[in-house]
Design a protein around this ligand. Structure first.
Ligand code: ADP
Ligand code: MG
Length: 242
């Protein structure tokens, strides 16, 4: 089967410092994968480099067997919360409808169909009643749900989600984890940078463990083993294991 996403020999540096070193990864269609690793491991860098938002020193990335630039309309990306300007004066429905722009083309205004779709996706995340609120007035968890709704509106085949559950309330976490499983049930490929090692085993079927290099990649039960995790969290390349 052609992987939904295939990464070969990917190396990314910021100046002299490598952030990712020689990464090879395949993500099968319909897989639900957690990307884990300590702060600064290169998790956000991985998603950005895959999307072509950062220059690569080396490496190729294919989505659905073709260069990723050909498939950007089939890929939704939710950046890490800290990367978003939350003061931007816009309301929830408008943010959700932005998910329709790529299919519409930037110069056609969204109409009734896109509005209805955006409201349906907000409802799927339990926040349709907030549709006319300013995004800046929402809690962190509510804002994160709006961005997940925007990704749903896009109706992509591949989701790249960067720490969507960091610092969110329990309701948001439950809604989002349910959503990931539903999407997987629909055959979508879902890749989630995830900070909470406790929930990885319960929700995801695969895990990728990063610390600049690829430390492990496989079924969650193999990757989320204490001895394997120690390699990434305590045994960094230049660190002493205590
Ligand atoms: P993670 O998401 O796993 O916490 P990142 O991908 O954000 O890690 O960062 C990986 C490394 O690259 C870190 O050491 C970080 O400080 C560094 N880094 C990230 N973004 C930049 C940048 N724009 N310029 C310089 N260094 C950066
Ligand atoms: Mg990050």
């Amino acid at each position: 089967m052609t992987p939904a996403l295939s990464i070969r020999d990917l190396t990314v540096t910021y100046g002299e410092k490598p952030a990712l070193w020689d990464i090879d990864l395949d993500f099968e269609p319909g897989s639900l994968t957690a990307v884990v690793g300590p702060n600064g491991a290169g998790k956000s860098t991985l998603l950005k480099a895959v999307l072509g938002l950062l220059p690569k020193v080396a490496g190729t990335v294919l989505a659905f067997g073709a260069p990723i630039a050909d498939s950007l309309d089939r890929i939704a990306y939710v950046p890490q919360r800290s990367a978003v300007d939350w003061d931007f004066p816009t309301d929830v429905l408008d943010v959700a409808m932005m998910g329709a722009y790529r299919k519409l083309g930037w110069f056609r205004r969204p109409g009734a169909a896109e509005r209805a779709k955006a409201l349906e996706c907000l409802d799927r995340l339990g926040i349709a009643d907030l549709s006319r609120r300013q995004i800046s007035q929402l809690s962190g968890g509510q804002q994160q749900r709006v961005f997940l709704a925007r990704a749903l509106v896009q109706d992509p085949d591949l989701f790249l989600l960067d720490e969507p559950l960091a610092g969110v309330d329990v309701t948001t976490e439950e809604r989002a984890l349910d959503l990931f499983r539903q999407l997987q049930g629909q055959g979508k490929t879902v890749i989630v940078v995830h900070h909470d090692l406790e929930t990885v085993r319960d929700v995801f079927d695969r895990a990728v463990l990063l610390n600049v290099r690829l430390v492990a990649n496989g079924p969650v039960r193999d990757v989320m083993e204490p001895a394997v995790l120690r390699k990434a969290y305590l045994g960094g390349r230049d660190q002493v294991v205590c």
